[in-house]
Write a protein that binds this ligand. Sequence first.
Ligand SMILES: [Zn+2]
Length: 147
Amino acid sequence: MNSLRLFIFLVIFSCQKLEVFIVEDEFQFYLETFVTEGLKRNVNILQASQQINILFGTLSNSIVGQCQKSNDNHTILIERVYWDKASYLEREQLLFHELGHCILNRHHFDESHSGYCVSIMRSNSWICDLVYNSTTREGYLDELFKN
Ligand SMILES: [Zn+2]
């Protein structure tokens, strides 16, 4: 009986996948802020925020961030050269855009009003102007978490 129990335990244990997610230190605060801003808008993404990798990586062409999604593994890659030169709000805008893809399942959204982007989920910088500052931030985050 005891050996049967042990056998069952081992079978169950060996079927479980050991998942380790890595968020590099420099991104941790932004990820926590993202969760907090979601909670303020009744969007709870705490669990999803613990199941994502955010790493520095080398990206081709002028791409500065990328969300790579698979069934059980979401990874955001950030280009370090851009990150190191970017301001706090530029970094937040980039990371929140990628988290929009990877956690909120947002697609690109290129609508604009008078030339200004409606969403930080715009696909390219030449499509519309995106002024993400302390005045416009709240409105952009409302839009981000609303959809
Ligand atoms: Zn994107």
